[in-house]
Design a binder for this molecule. Sequence first.
Ligand SMILES: *[C@@H]1O[C@H](CO)[C@@H](O)[C@H](O)[C@H]1NC(C)=O
Ligand SMILES: *[C@@H]1O[C@H](CO)[C@@H](O)[C@H](O)[C@H]1NC(C)=O
Ligand SMILES: *[C@@H]1O[C@H](CO)[C@@H](O)[C@H](O)[C@H]1NC(C)=O
Ligand SMILES: *[C@@H]1O[C@H](CO)[C@@H](O)[C@H](O)[C@H]1NC(C)=O
Length: 374
Amino acid sequence: MQSMAFYLLLLLSLTSTTTSATTIGVTYSTPASISGSALLSPDRIAAKVVSMNIPAVRLLDSNPAMIRAFAYTNVSLFLSVPNPLVPLLASNRSLAMRWVYRHVLPFHPRTKISIISVGNDAISYSPDVSPFLLRAMQNIHLSLADLRIYKVSVSTTFSFFNIVPTAFPPSSAQFQNPNGDVIIRPILQFLERTNSSFLINLFPYNMYRSSFSIPIGFALFEEFPFNFRDDLTTGVRYRNLFDMMVDAVISSMAVMGHENLPVIVAETGWPSSGIDASEVDATLLYSEMYLKGLLNHLRSGTGTPLRKEGVSEVYIFELVEKEAKQGIRNWGILHHNMTDKYSFEFSDGGETRRFVEVLLGFSVEVVMVLYLLM
Ligand SMILES: *[C@@H]1O[C@H](CO)[C@@H](O)[C@H](O)[C@H]1NC(C)=O
Ligand SMILES: *[C@@H]1O[C@H](CO)[C@@H](O)[C@H](O)[C@H]1NC(C)=O
Ligand SMILES: *[C@@H]1O[C@H](CO)[C@@H](O)[C@H](O)[C@H]1NC(C)=O
Ligand SMILES: *[C@@H]1O[C@H](CO)[C@@H](O)[C@H](O)[C@H]1NC(C)=O
């Protein structure tokens, strides 16, 4: 009977981890070139996303036709306000209202809009619009509230490399000053007050490239005996670079007293080709290993050492390759012509089914063993 209780507990823990798994979406931006525009019409893109069973999309340019195309699909959308608009929306409430009138009001709630990012990596954008971020976020938030739209949260997206100077050990990471105190701290307060999330672009690829001491397997979720890093302050062992970077963000928020804010990884990925010969690790094999490893890790529901439930959402950069040519970084999970680039299934429908089958098989076995023992 003791073992029965043990197996029940095991079963319970296995099932509960699957329910807490992260939502995995993709990013999409309209290509600059107009060739193939018919192929990439908003309706085609939305239909492709639905057919791939992708539950969430981050639109990097929030084209209203694209927002409309996702009506009645159950796909949740993450919208973005472009950086050049940030100072305008900060200084003029009626312009913020206008943005909401154009991008949210006509579509909500038929299109599920979950969050609006005001700006994307505004700190590195030139001219620097980051001093206007908070006011612009407040104006969008107030405009939504004026229209009684409470389910759409407002935030902004930072880039890991521009705000967290050192990621190891994660427990001693801090936001870089002066931006930490001047820009990020008041934004964290706003996010806490409005139940929003902290959005971060996070690329282990860039950190791997900038540090000779990181083994490739640690960046690619490979489980080798020596692929780990111990954080001696917390006594925590890291088995992949992604978790380490996420925990560096969580520690940095904790320093400012906001360790419980939900974290959304607004962009991540690994390029399958590089700009030049120096990018030897930008290969199709490695990008496939990164994506597969990331999906398996997120679906395992184990979270990170400092955040048991894990990040709430992750967006893979990006759905469709921008151009079919050499000498650029290609990140798409689909080719330029919308055909599959990788052999693995992006959708987790199949995985879940297989997992349930394994679980069922497992419990049948437990019952048989118990029966034999009695
Ligand atoms: C959307 O979700 C609702 C509730 O979960 C479901 O009833 C409906 O069939 C879904 N619609 C589509 C198009 O998947
Ligand atoms: C704010 O924007 C509105 C709408 O575009 C415009 O009419 C108004 O002049 C602007 N106000 C200021 C102070 O720029
Ligand atoms: C934030 O969420 C909490 C708990 O879900 C809820 O009680 C509170 O009303 C929410 N606040 C806002 C401003 O939405
Ligand atoms: C789509 O593009 C890829 C990569 O450029 C190419 O290998 C493939 O043959 C193309 N497929 C079709 C059907 O055009």
